[in-house]
Structures are given as C-alpha cells and as structure tokens.
Design a protein around this ligand. Structure first.
Ligand SMILES: Cc1cc2nc3c(=O)[nH]c(=O)nc-3n(C[C@H](O)[C@H](O)[C@H](O)COP(=O)(O)OP(=O)(O)OC[C@H]3O[C@@H](n4cnc5c(N)ncnc54)[C@H](O)[C@@H]3O)c2cc1C
Length: 299
C-alpha cells in the first residue's frame, strides 16, 4: 500500500485520555475544559477510522454513550431522538411507523446491522458527510437539532447545521443532544433510495422525498439529496415547481430535469459527476413514485 493511501486496516497509534461521563453536565464541563483538543465519541465508527488514518488526533476522547438521557427516544410535541441513540434502535423504533418511511428506508440500507449497532444517529449527522444516509430523510421531515454547551442550549434547523464536508455549526465546546422531529400531517408519504457500488456501502447518490397529496394534486413536497453537493441539500426549486400541481408524467420529467440543472456534483472515488447528475433525475422519479403511492395509502 502506498504511503498515505486511505485504509482502515491500520492500528490506532495515537495516545489519548478517555473520559466516560454519565451525565450531560459532566460531558459539557469536559468539553468546556478541553474542547479544542477533545472529540466527542459516540459509536466511534467514523471517529476511530479517522484516528487510525491520522486525519484527526484528539488528546481527549469523551464517550457519550453512557449518558442515559442521550440514548432515549421520547414522544412529545415533537419526537425527540437522543443524539446517542444507536442507528439500529432508531430503525426498530420507526420501522412500523408509516409516517416516517423515508427514515426507516434510509436506516435499513445504512451499512449492516453490526455498524448500526455501534453507530449513532447524532454521529451520522455530526460527522457531516455529504453521503450520510440519515440526513436526506431528516431534512425532508424538517428535523431540528438541539446543541448544548455548559452555558445552555440552542435549536437549529438541520438544514443550517451542515456547513461543508465534515464541517458543522458546532463550536468546540458544544455537542448535539437531540434531534427533534415534527409529526408529518395526514396524507403525507415518504421514501428514500440510494445507489451504491456493493451491498453495504456508502451511497454514490441518495434521495429522500416527503409528499403531501390530495387525490392527484401534490399539495406540498420536500425533496433532499445526498452526495450531490458538499452537504446534504434540499432542492427547493423542485419543491416549489410541484406545489399545488396535478401530478402527471410530463410534470415529473420536467421536475427531474430541473433537479439536474440545480445540482453540481463532483467526481470522487465512489462515482462520477456525470453519473450523479443523470441519476438524480432517475432517483427522483423512482423515489417520488414510491412516496406518492404511500401518501395515498390509508393510514
Ligand atoms: C463499515 C462501515 C460502513 C458504513 N456505512 C455507512 C453507510 O452506508 N451510510 C452512512 O451514512 N454511514 C456509514 N458509515 C459511517 C458511520 O457508521 C455513520 O456515520 C455513523 O452513524 C457514525 O456514528 P458514530 O456514533 O459511530 O459516530 P462517531 O464515529 O462516534 O463520531 C463521528 C463524528 O461525530 C462527532 N460526534 C458524534 N456524536 C456527537 C454528538 N452527539 N455531538 C457532537 N459531536 C458528535 C464525533 O466527534 C466525530 O467527529 C459506515 C461506517 C463503517 C465503518
């Protein structure tokens, strides 16, 4: 293997101090003291790989998986999903719930069960990969994220949380504590699909759609893509073009073209810009078709 080539078969060479607080204030205190040199660790399925590859070298690791309050899902005005809930537990929670089908579709094809039993939903978002599978469905469900530091909390639309590849709005003394999900209205259906090279793989491109219908009229829709920009994005021009329109093949083909003109993907190790652009239209048509059918199902 060439010097510097990315591989996950290395051993972890770095030395670091490891903290495992059991309360949020304790964790936030550690972050306040050591934020610049520290990294929050949830499942470690991204972080430990990055440490092995020497992309990051934190002096302190703060394990948050022993903080009970971060590992719970609660019903309320919004659904509150703790940032450190395992991906597999999120999947099990939402699996039978027809209101959040885009999310369960996405989690079902996120890696394999072994990774889903280590990795967390907050980790998937905070790692801020453009290909993070939980991001497009959470974007179309209008998720917000709760961020906390030792001074207090703030709530941010997920859309504003992603800043760049692997960059978020988090300050060094902050961590994500919750993902807040409003309940979708009746008559809403959702779906998610991705294309990938092999079975359990990061996506080449992904798409989530949530659509509200009345008969053959699309009252509103939310359309999000992964791996077509530096961050997971909503395509608002397409959403606006669908609003209050009668849905038919011609319209959907036009929206597919519009989506192609709205994105400017790159070529990388997983795919090419040309493939991603062409596939965005196809994926839109397939995902919309499924979400539309689901929106028409009796709940
Ligand atoms: C074999 C394999 C296959 C994979 N396949 C997929 C796939 O198909 N789709 C996909 O989307 N991902 C995939 N992943 C990536 C990974 O599993 C997910 O991104 C996972 O959700 C990360 O969660 P984690 O808890 O392990 O995060 P960690 O590795 O613990 O953390 C990731 C980053 O987020 C930060 N962080 C974590 N939690 C918080 C928090 N609460 N507040 C602030 N910062 C935080 C950490 O400091 C770190 O920078 C795969 C990984 C592996 C190893």
């Amino acid at each position: 293997m060439k010097e510097g080539t990315m591989t996950n078969s290395r051993i972890l060479m770095q030395e670091f101090d490891y903290y495992s607080p059991t309360t949020l204030p304790e964790a936030l205190h550690f972050l306040k003291e050591h934020g610049v040199e520290a990294k929050v660790m949830a499942g470690g399925t991204d972080l430990l790989v990055q440490m092995k590859q020497e992309i990051v070298a934190p002096k302190y690791l703060i394990n948050i998986r022993n903080i009970q309050g971060l590992c719970m899902i609660e019903h309320g005005k919004d659904l509150k999903v703790g940032a450190a809930v395992l991906l597999n537990d999120v999947l099990l929670f939402f699996k039978g719930d027809k209101r959040f089908r885009a999310l369960s579709d996405a989690l079902e094809c996120l890696a394999e069960v072994q990774v889903r039993n280590m990795g967390t939903v907050g980790g998937n978002l905070c790692n801020a990969s453009p290909a993070a599978d939980s991001a497009p469905p959470l974007l179309v469900y209008d998720a917000k994220v709760k961020l906390a530091n030792s001074q207090g909390e703030r709530i941010l639309p997920l859309e504003d949380f992603f800043k760049d590849v692997n960059k978020t709005d988090l300050s060094t003394d902050e961590m994500m504590t919750e993902i807040l999900l409003p309940y979708p209205e009746d008559g809403t259906g959702g779906a998610f699909m991705k294309t990938k090279r092999v079975g359990a793989d990061i996506s080449k491109i992904s798409c989530a759609i949530s659509v509200k219908r009345e008969g053959d009229i699309c009252l509103s829709s939310k359309i999000a893509f992964g791996s077509v920009a530096k961050v997971p994005i909503r395509i608002k021009a397409a959403e606006n073009a669908l609003r209050k329109e009668k849905v038919n093949e011609d319209l959907l083909l036009k929206i597919g073209e519009l989506i192609m003109s709205e994105i400017n993907p790159i070529s990388d190790i997983r795919s090419t810009a040309v493939y991603r652009k062409e596939m965005a239209k196809i994926l839109f048509l397939d995902v919309f078709d499924l979400a539309w059918k689901r929106a028409g199902e009796k709940k």
